[in-house]
Design a protein around this ligand. Structure first.
Ligand code: UD1
Length: 421
């Protein structure tokens, strides 16, 4: 297992943002809807992507992945329909194979992903949506076993306790494109990754309207064609680099981004004193000398993303005054608080609220990465803390950030990866 050693740094220059993992994963599973050739470009080389490619192979696809391009062919062998627990448990997004497998083969067996460190992550909305389309779904020995003689369009309300669900919307969309008749998904997720999935499915011949709005209408077709598509830029990686600049009071430029996907993040950082120079596909950030405290609430898109909550918190540890973060998507997604406090931060949590008392200095310590975005937050804090920060268990970060230490070093950060015994 690797660890990162991070020192106080100043950043400068520019960094190119990779393709979005969270856009690539559902599109990769959508290739199960066709036997034709599919090509996906700008795919980040990440552990989660490799896991999804293994699942596709297990399900009978032939895969090549070179220089950011994934080529997927059908092997022509009898179709398989089981996504095993050994792969699904390492990445919840594998559950979005269920919809396309069911729609294409009329049967699917996908391991239930179980809980994870950011809290309970149920799949009831996925199951409800697919049952509305006519699927018969049973849970047996940790597997979700779905079958259907035929799938039929339906009117589906997909809102849950915490609002819309990104992957449930993706799963139901993918099943509905091959269902007979019209499906209307109400309270659909509006995330850019859902728009990207809709665009990809339409390129394959699906009939979809309204992706990116809370009401998506799908008119089912008999079969889908192949795909040649490019993955959208990773808005979460972009926000992470902006946070790294802000916390180190640096000026950098992030390239190959879509600023329209980052409105809530840019707004929060502007309120913290950052000044942005926004161009068609790049964002320059000029950081303030003193960070102003803010109150931020995570919400489904276009609200402030939960996937940037931890990174923003690291920045707010250095603000002049008291900030508050309210986590409305995953109320327990606060594992990073204890680690940041070990570095001298002043954060108190009560339920879904975190009160952050800004401090002038944090001190490097040995800390433990608990999940993907929390790991990024600890790296960010380490870049602004005094002395040396050692972040253990950084395999989490490799699930979601392509070449992170190379990119940070390119910006002048003092970061190195060390093999842990
Ligand atoms: C996706 C992202 C993840 C991000 C999350 C929220 C991918 C691969 N992952 O995850 O990085 O943090 O969106 O923006 O795209 N819920 C239910 N029942 C369900 C499904 C979800 O109650 O059946 C709840 C969840 O527990 C959570 C909320 O709905 O409280 C939103 O979760 P959801 O949008 O489904 O997250 P994912 O799609 O799994």
């Amino acid at each position: 297992m690797d660890k990162f050693i991070v020192y106080n740094s100043k950043l400068k220059g520019d960094v190119t943002i990779s393709g979005a993992k969270n856009a690539a994963l559902p599109i990769l599973s959508a290739t199960l809807l066709t036997d034709k050739l599919c090509v996906l470009k700008n795919v980040p080389d990440l552990l989660d992507i490799r896991t999804m490619l293994k699942i596709l192979q297990t399900l009978g696809k032939e895969i090549s992945f070179k220089q950011g391009t994934v080529v997927i062919k059908s092997t022509g062998k009898r179709e398989k329909y089981t996504a095993p627990y050994s792969l699904v448990r390492t990445m919840r997004a594998s559950f979005c194979c269920l919809g396309p497998l069911l729609a294409k083969n009329r049967k699917a067996k996908v391991a239930l992903p179980g809980g994870c460190v950011i809290g309970p992550r149920p799949v009831d909305l996925h199951i409800k949506g697919l049952m509305k389309l006519g699927a018969d779904i049973k849970i047996n020995k940790g597997y979700c076993i779905a079958s259907a003689k035929k799938l039929k369009g339906a009117h589906i309300y997909l809102g849950g306790q915490f609002g819309s669900s990104v992957l449930a919307t993706a799963n139901v969309m993918m099943a509905a494109v091959l269902s007979k008749g019209i499906t209307i998904i109400e309270h659909a997720a509006c995330e850019p990754e859902i728009i990207a999935l809709g665009i990809a499915l339409k390129k394959m011949g699906a009939n979809i309207e309204g992706e990116g709005t809370p009401i998506i209408t799908i008119n089912g077709v008999d079969c889908l064609n192949g795909l040649d598509e490019t993955v959208i830029p990773d808005r979460i990686e972009a926000a992470t680099f902006l946070a790294a600049a802000l916390v180190t009071r640096s000026d950098i430029t992030i390239k190959k981004v879509n600023f329209k996907h980052l409105t809530a993040v840019l707004e929060a950082m502007e309120n913290m004193g950052a000044v942005f120079n926004i161009k068609e596909d790049s964002i320059g950030i000029k950081s303030p000398k003193v960070i102003t405290p803010v109150s931020v609430t995570t919400l489904p898109y276009p609200g402030f993303p939960t996937d940037v909550q931890a990174q923003l918190m690291s920045c707010l540890c250095f603000a002049k005054g008291i900030s508050m973060i309210t986590e409305k998507i995953y109320p327990d997604r606060f594992m990073h608080i204890a680690e940041l406090n070990r570095m001298g931060a002043g954060i108190q949590r009560s339920g879904p609220y975190a009160i952050i008392e800004g401090r002038r200095r944090l001190f490097g310590a040995e800390v433990m990465a608990s999940d993907l975005r929390a790991s990024a937050a600890l790296v960010i804090a380490g870049l602004a803390a005094e002395d040396k920060t050692e972040i253990l268990r950084v395999y989490h970060i490799d699930r979601g950030y392509e070449y992170i230490e190379t990119k940070l070093r390119h910006l002048g950060a003092k970061v190195k990866r060390v093999k842990q015994k």
